[in-house]
Design a protein around this ligand. Structure first.
Ligand code: ATP
Length: 588
C-alpha cells in the first residue's frame, strides 16, 4: 500500500472530533490495506512502531529533525527555525517546507510505500552506538527526500513520537469489527486486545484468519495483560448489595501496580501502562524467583514504599523516585525500599485463571508463592457484615493504606475493564468530597506575583469516553509547593500547543494550551454545578457543567494515560452520590 493513501485518510481523521466519523474513515482505511501489513498500519495509526510493552526509542533530537528538513527541502536551517517558531508543530513545518521544495531537490523522488516508511522507522529505533544520531538522520532524510508534503507531515510526527491523530484504541477496535467481522462482535476483539495488549497482532489475526482465530488469543507469560480496574461506591452497605451480600475486602495499598511474569528463565515486571519496569525493581526480580513455587505464572500486586525503621507504608510519591531512574539505582534501593503486596494470580503453570472465580484465584496465588519479608499477600477479610467491614476499613487507615477494595467472591478477572467485580471504598469518602479525581492538564493561566514567569493555575479536564474528548472541570491553583511549581514547565512544555487541542472542549480561554498528556490527582471540597466548565454540560442543568469546589493538587499520576483519567460518567455518578449523601444527612 502506498503511504500516501494512508495519510490522506489521516488528514480526514484529523479534521473531525466525532468518534463515528473517525470510525468511518478507519473502516475506509482498513478496507484498502493488505492483511499482510495491517499490523504496521495499526501501529502507525496509534503513533507507535511496536506495542507498548516492547521498549523502544525513536530518539531523534529536535535539532536533527530541523537539520534534516532544512537539507531535504533546500530551505536552510534559519528558515526552518523560523517556521518552527511560527507554527509550533514540526509536522506542519515539514509539510510546508517540503511543499516549497525547489526543482533540483524534487529530482529522483520515488513513491513511498507503507512498508518502506515502517522499515525506516524500525531502523531508526534500532540504531545504536556512537554514530547512532547520524544513522537515524540518514533514515529520516531518506524518507523526507521521497515524501510529498502531506507525507512529510506525518513522517515527522511519527519520528518525534507526536502523531496526535487522537484515535483511541477503542475506536480502532470499532473499525476493525466493522471491517472484518460484525459490529456486535467488537467485544470479542476487545477481549483479545485486553489479554495480549497488541492491537497490531489482533488486527493481523482478524484480517488474515478471521474471528475464530482471534477467539484463540490468550494470555501468555511475558506479554502484559491490560489491568482490571475498580468502580467506586460511597457506603459499605451499597458495596455488599452489589456483591451478592458478601465480599472479600482487601486493603487498598497506595503504590504502583505491578504485573509480574515469571518463567524458568526470567522474571519481568510491567506497569499498568504496560511499560517494562523490570530494571527499576531488581530486588523483586531476585526475590520473586526465590518465593515462587511453580514453573510459570502471571501475578499482580502493588509495589509499596516502606519506612525501614518502622515498617510502616510510606506515601506513594516515594515510589516515583524509582521510576524512570537509570542512575543511582542502588542508592534508590537503599533509600526507598519497597515491598510487593500480591493480590491476584492470572495464570499458573499452563492454566489461564482469568475465567476462574476470585476465591479460587486467591487459593492459586497462595499455592504459587511462599511469602517472605518483602513479597507478601494483601490483607483480606471475607464478610457479609458492614460493621466488620467498617472496623477493617479503620484498621487500613491506621496502617496507612488508602481504604478497601471489595471483591466479589464469584467474580472473574476481566482484563482492561472497570466494573463492579472490584469496588473501591477510600478514606477520602470520610472527607467532604467523596474521592480524589484524576484530571488531565489541557491549559494554563499565566502566573502573577510570586508565580510570575511560571504557570499560575492549570485548566484541568476529565475524559469523556463516549465522545473521546476532554471536558474541562476546574481551574487548579493550590496544593503545589515551590518545587512542584518549578517542575511544572519542565513537565508541560513539551506538550505545549499554539491553540486549544482539537479534543479539548473548553469554554474558558486559557493563556497556554497543552496536548492532553499529564494526569494529576486532585481533591476538593465538593462537586458543584458550574456555568464555566464543559464536563457533563447540560446533563444536570441546561447550559451548565460540573466543577470541583476548592480543588487542590495531591499528586502526579504518571502511571495513568490521559484516557485513564476520571471520566465524565464517573463525575456524574460522584455528584449523584454526593446529593444522596446530603439528602440522607438532612433527613437524619
Ligand atoms: P485511584 O486513583 O482511586 O487509586 P485508580 O484509578 O488508580 O484508582 P482503580 O481501578 O480505581 O485505580 O483502583 C484499583 C487500583 O488499586 C489498582 O490498579 C491497584 O493499583 C490498586 N490496589 C491497591 N491494593 C489493591 C488490592 N488489594 N487489589 C486490587 N488493586 C489494588
Amino acid at each position: 500500500m502506498q503511504y500516501e493513501e494512508i495519510v490522506e485518510i489521516y488528514d480526514k481523521i484529523a479534521r473531525t472530533t466525532k468518534r463515528l466519523e473517525m470510525t468511518d474513515h478507519l473502516v475506509e482505511l482498513f478496507s484498502k490495506v493488505d492483511p499482510e501489513e495491517i499490523d504496521k498500519v495499526v501501529y502507525l495509526t496509534q503513533g507507535k512502531v511496536y506495542p507498548d510493552f516492547i521498549p523502544y526509542e525513536l530518539g531523534i533530537a529536535e535539532r536533527m529533525v530541523i537539520k534534516a528538513i532544512a537539507s531535504t527541502s533546500g530551505l536552510g536551517d534559519n528558515e526552518i527555525e523560523r517556521l518552527w517558531k511560527e507554527k509550533g508543530d514540526m509536522g506542519h513545518v515539514a509539510e510546508e517546507a517540503i511543499g516549497r521544495k525547489t526543482q533540483t531537490t524534487l529530482m529522483g523522488m520515488s513513491e513511498l510505500s507503507v512498508e518502506k516508511v515502517y522499515e525506516n522507522l524500525e531502523k531508526i529505533t534500532k540504531a545504536s552506538g556512537p554514530n547512532s544520531q547520524d544513522i537515524k538522520m540518514r533514515y529520516f532524510s531518506d524518507l523526507m527526500h521521497n515524501a510529498k508534503p502531506v507525507e512529510a507531515k506525518y513522517i515527522t510526527r511519527s519520528v518525534m513520537g507526536k502523531m496526535r491523530l487522537g484515535v483511541a484504541d477503542m475506536t480502532l477496535i470499532d473499525a476493525l469489527a466493522i471491517t472484518f467481522a460484525e459490529k456486535e462482535q467488537r467485544d470479542e476483539i476487545e477481549r483479545a486486545y485486553n489479554v495480549c495488549s497488541d492491537l497490531g497482532m489482533v488486527a493481523e489475526t482478524l484480517a488474515k484468519e478471521g474471528l475464530e482465530e482471534v477467539r484463540k488469543i490468550h494470555l501468555k507469560v511475558g506479554v502484559p495483560i491490560r489491568a482490571m480496574l475498580a468502580e467506586r461506591l460511597p457506603t459499605l452497605e451499597a458495596i455488599l448489595e452489589k456483591t451478592e451480600g458478601k465480599a472479600a475486602f482487601e486493603f487498598k495499598y497506595d503504590g504502583l501496580r505491578l504485573q509480574a511474569h515469571i518463567n524458568p528463565d526470567k522474571v519481568e515486571l510491567f506497569s499498568r501502562r504496560l511499560e517494562n519496569m523490570t530494571d527499576q525493581f531488581p530486588e523483586f526480580k531476585t526475590e520473586l524467583k526465590n518465593v515462587f513455587q511453580g514453573k510459570e505464572a502471571i501475578i499482580e500486586g502493588e509495589c509499596v514504599p516502606i519506612d525501614v525503621n518502622t515498617g510502616a507504608f510510606l506515601p506513594f510519591q516515594i515510589v516515583s523516585h524509582r521510576r524512570g531512574r537509570k542512575y543511582g539505582l542502588r542508592e534508590a534501593q537503599e533509600d526507598y525500599p519497597v515491598h510487593l503486596v500480591l493480590f491476584d494470580c492470572l495464570y499458573l503453570d499452563g492454566e489461564d485463571l482469568t475465567n476462574t472465580p476470585y476465591k479460587k484465584r486467591r487459593e492459586q496465588l497462595k499455592k504459587a508463592i511462599k511469602p517472605s519479608e518483602t513479597v507478601m499477600f494483601s490483607e483480606v477479610l471475607v464478610t457479609d457484615d458492614p460493621d466488620d467491614a467498617e472496623r477493617f476499613f479503620l484498621q487500613t487507615i491506621e496502617d496507612g493504606s488508602e481504604g478497601l477494595i471489595a471483591k466479589s467472591l464469584t467474580s472473574v478477572y476481566v482484563a482492561g475493564s472497570r466494573g463492579w467485580n472490584w469496588i473501591k471504598y477510600k478514606k477520602d469518602y470520610e472527607s467532604e468530597m467523596s474521592d480524589t479525581v484524576d484530571l488531565v492538564v489541557v491549559g494554563a493561566f499565566a502566573g502573577r506575583g510570586r508565580r510570575a514567569g511560571t504557570y499560575g493555575a492549570l485548566l484541568m479536564a476529565s475524559y469523556d469516553e463516549d465522545e473521546d474528548r476532554y471536558k474541562t472541570f476546574c481551574k487548579l491553583g493550590s496544593g503545589f509547593d515551590d518545587e512542584m511549581l518549578l517542575d511544572l514547565p519542565t513537565r508541560l512544555d513539551e506538550h505545549k500547543l499554539e491553540k486549544v487541542h482539537e479534543k479539548v472542549d473548553s469554554k474558558m480561554k486559557a493563556d497556554f494550551w497543552f496536548e492532553p498528556a499529564l494526569v494529576l490527582e486532585v481533591l476538593g471540597a465538593e462537586i458543584t454545578i458550574s456555568p464555566s466548565h464543559t464536563a457533563a454540560l447540560d446533563q444536570k442543568r441546561e447550559g451548565a457543567g460540573l466543577a470541583i469546589r476548592f480543588p487542590r493538587f495531591t499528586k502526579y499520576r504518571d502511571d495513568k494515560a490521559p484516557t485513564e483519567a476520571t471520566t465524565v460518567k464517573e463525575l456524574v455518578s460522584m455528584y449523584e452520590s454526593q446529593l444522596k449523601k446530603l439528602d440522607l444527612q438532612q433527613r437524619m
